[in-house]
Ligand binder design. Structure first.
Ligand SMILES: Cc1ncc(COP(=O)(O)O)c(C=O)c1O
Length: 404
């Protein structure tokens, strides 16, 4: 992989952080944007800005054309059809939409939703809200000590009566665990359980062929896949989308409105009430075009090699604990070091130009399971280099020598 060429597409990587070249290792939180995405958004506002769906003038047609093209680009990238792609504000809104529109349709009182211990709050709280509203319940699949999903526990739960929905992440944002989604989907379907995949952490790192995965819903955010903030996607199988009610009401999602009743637009418009984030959608289309050029096999090897450098380096530190050590693991390294608060560590790394994340990573139930309040997390992406991984290791060692 030509990392230098890739890096040259990301202007922000030339910035200094506290006077030192920035090593941006917080990619699980948000990714940086290539020039093509930045240019595309600026170009839209300079040359094509107008509302979509409404105007007959040339500018409106141009805006609409670009908006529809973005949806097509994303659909092709995910190997699904355009009318199965709903634009949302991000993975969080996508998951709320599934819970409130699909979940509310499918679940009855005393039915069960299965989640896992490694879920982000965005894949827990929407289900809790729904379950409280309709009197259904949540059961949780545990994780094993290495951070992998307890498949035996999942198998057992899937065989229980009244289980209707399984919602789980493809990659854990904290442990890096890569869940075998295709396998799990096939097993869940045999039991008549629908599967919702929180794909927020996987799209930027592995090929997401949704037809092949055969999941029922798949959610992700633009900003984690080199696209803009405030835009995301919910994929849903068309035959399911067509049977569920809208999530929000308003303009653009209707067919006919009268005070005696309203009929709705076909999918996906039915789920996109109000003026959409047109620039965001087009920017996300540009990000997906960028990603489509990347050899995902090579990317995997590249990210794995960065993870190894970090793991090997940090394992020399007394008291270092890596949280999540599965064989199939993304380049996310969550760790604690005995006697050192992750926040103190991150502050010293910041002074060295290194950006990492500390805290509960929106996974408080997982933190409880791990028996820690917080971890430090370095997460790598396609533009990171072995030198950055080595700088990270040296900076952590320096921090430990200061803090101990
Ligand atoms: C696994 C996972 N799911 C969902 C989300 C929520 O994404 P967003 O805040 O972009 O909606 C995140 C963000 O960190 C995540 O890592």
């Amino acid at each position: 992989m030509n990392t230098e060429k890739i890096r040259s597409s990301f202007p922000i990587l030339n910035k200094l952080n506290r006077g030192k070249p920035i090593a941006y290792l917080d990619n699980a939180a948000s990714s940086q944007k290539p020039e093509a995405v930045i240019r595309c958004i600026a170009d839209y506002y300079r040359n094509s800005n107008s509302n979509v769906h409404r105007g007959v003038y040339e500018l409106a047609e141009e805006s609409e054309r670009k908006y529809l093209k973005a949806r097509r680009t994303i659909a092709e990238f995910l190997s699904v059809s355009e009318d199965e792609i709903i634009f949302t504000r991000g993975a969080t809104e996508s998951l709320n939409l599934v819970a409130q529109s699909f979940g509310r349709t499918i679940l009855a009182k005393n039915d069960v939703v299965i989640l896992t211990e490694m879920e982000h709050h965005a894949n827990i709280v929407p289900w809790q809200l729904l379950c409280e509203q309709i009197g259904s319940s949540i059961k949780v699949v545990t994780t094993l000590p290495d951070g992998s999903l307890n498949r035996e526990a999942l198998d057992k739960l899937l065989r229980e009566e009244r289980v209707k929905i399984l919602s789980l992440c493809s990659i854990s944002n904290t442990l890096g665990t890569v869940n075998p989604i295709k396998d799990i989907v096939s097993e869940a379907h045999q039991n008549g359980t629908y599967v919702v995949v929180d794909g927020a952490q996987s799209v930027a790192h592995e090929r997401s062929d949704l037809k092949d995965l055969n999941c029922d819903f798949f959610a992700f955010s633009g900003h984690k896949v080199f696209g803009p903030m405030g835009i995301g996607v919910l994929y849903g199988k068309k035959e399911l989308l067509e049977t569920i009610p809208p999530y929000q009401g308003g303009g653009d999602m209707i067919d006919q409105v009268s005070f005696s009743g309203t009929t709705f637009a076909p999918v996906p418009q039915r789920f996109e009430a109000g003026t959409p984030n047109v620039a965001g959608s087009i920017g996300l289309g540009a990000a997906i075009d960028f990603l489509d050029e990347i050899d995902m096999g090579q990317l995997r090897l590249h990210e794995e090699s960065l993870l190894r450098i970090a793991q090997n380096g940090l394992s020399e530190i007394t008291g270092f604990v890596e949280h999540g050590i599965t064989k199939d693991k993304a380049a996310v390294l969550s760790f604690t070091i005995e006697g050192i608060h992750p926040l103190d560590l991150a502050s010293i790394l910041d002074a060295e130009g290194i950006a990492i994340r500390t805290g509960h990573h929106c996974c408080q139930p997982l933190m409880e399971k791990l028996g820690v309040e917080a971890t430090a997390r370095a997460s790598f992406a396609l533009y990171n280099t072995p030198q950055e991984a080595e700088r990270f290791v040296l900076a952590v060692k320096k921090a430990v020598s200061i803090l101990r």
